[in-house]
Design a protein. Structure first.
Length: 341
């Protein structure tokens, strides 16, 4: 079989295995899969029933015999076997050819992960039939996906606000010059809203309702106004009810988490070498990840750091697009690929 024929039958896939969502793409066809990182488990049989959007719809509605869980938490693998089943299911949706042995895959990991955690990500992808697996850091993938010139001799800065972690990094010449990370992401904002309503209003809502509240009323600077009704449980009467949630209540709930993220960004900025400070001050930093869509976050970071802040085009897709683009440039991939024993 000639090399060209091997290339014809092989696939190059980029995978963003995130706490909130799994995205899979290739350089030819773009996004192939975009599903929530959720599985539903039959506890009696110990087997996965379904994964993705279908499993997420079961959250809060599942009977005792079915558990809905997230195989990844805070950017790391929490349940290896279920994560493997979930990824295998999504790869089938992506049209994986089972007989291939020449697949090349790029997967990204948070910056602060340990060597053991990074090896777990690599082994997970290998366990579902991938051929050659390249592991790169998540903020690097986000920067490439956002179109930043990470290989040039000038500074580029990214803040990747994901579901489980927020990664901050400054790049030059294809390497990370300085970085920071805080294990706060979109899910932590959801749970902050749940906790706040329970403590202040004696009213309990589910994760999906909290996410809807965050999307509609959430802001990093208190700029959003308005109200919305949300269904839940009145904890005093122990009965179902409807609560009118105000945008300022949501702002108060998530503000401590936003402050921690901003502090991590400022701490990273303080460690930028003088030679690159002018580059960052001139070109600014870019926000990526689902959290970049939180209203006012760019304004808060710009106000607190003095650095022009922009939001990447389609920030949710920046990481997975970066993994796919890395596969198309062998020189760049070799430069940014992590060495994992």
């Amino acid at each position: 079989m000639t090399l060209s024929l091997l290339e014809h039958f092989s696939r190059r896939l980029g995978i963003d295995l995130g706490t909130a969502n799994v995205l899979i793409c290739d350089s030819q066809n773009g996004i192939l899969v975009n599903e929530p990182s959720v599985v539903a488990i039959d506890l009696l049989k110990g087997k996965m029933i379904t994964a993705g959007q279908e499993a997420k719809r079961m959250t809060g509605r599942n009977p005792a015999a079915i558990e809905v869980l997230y195989p990844l938490r805070d950017g790391v693998i929490n349940h290896f076997d279920y994560a493997a089943e979930m990824l295998s299911t999504f790869l089938k949706k992506a049209g994986r050819r089972e007989f291939l042995c020449h697949n090349r895959t790029v997967i990204c990991v948070p910056t602060e992960t340990t060597p053991v955690e990074r090896r777990a990500f690599r082994d997970l992808v290998r366990s579902v039939g991938a051929g050659v697996v390249h592991v790169i850091e998540e903020p690097m993938a986000a920067a490439i996906g956002a179109g930043l010139p990470v290989t040039e001799p000038r500074g580029s800065m990214i803040v990747d606000f994901g579901g489980g972690t927020t990664e901050i990094a400054v790049f030059s010449l294809g390497g990370v010059v300085c970085s920071g990370s805080v294990r706060i992401g979109g899910y932590h904002l959801d749970h902050a809203i749940i906790f706040n309503l329970r403590r202040r209003k004696n009213f309990l809502i589910g994760e999906q309702s909290a996410e809807a509240v965050k999307i509609q009323l959430g802001s990093a600077d208190g700029s959003v106004e308005g109200q919305m009704p949300v269904n839940g449980k009145d904890l005093i009467r122990q009965l179902p009810g409807i609560l009118i949630v105000d945008a300022q209540e949501v702002f108060q709930a998530i503000q401590p988490s936003i402050n921690l993220i901003v502090h991590a960004v400022k701490s990273t900025v303080e460690r930028i070498p003088p030679e690159l400070t002018a580059d960052i001050a001139d070109r600014g930093l870019v926000l990526a990840g689902g959290g970049a869509l939180l209203k006012g976050l760019d304004r808060v970071i710009q106000r607190e750091t003095g650095i022009p802040t922009t939001i990447a085009e389609q920030p949710l897709l920046a990481v997975v697009r970066g993994t796919a683009r890395a596969l198309t440039d062998e020189a760049v991939l070799n430069k940014i690929c992590l060495t994992i024993p």
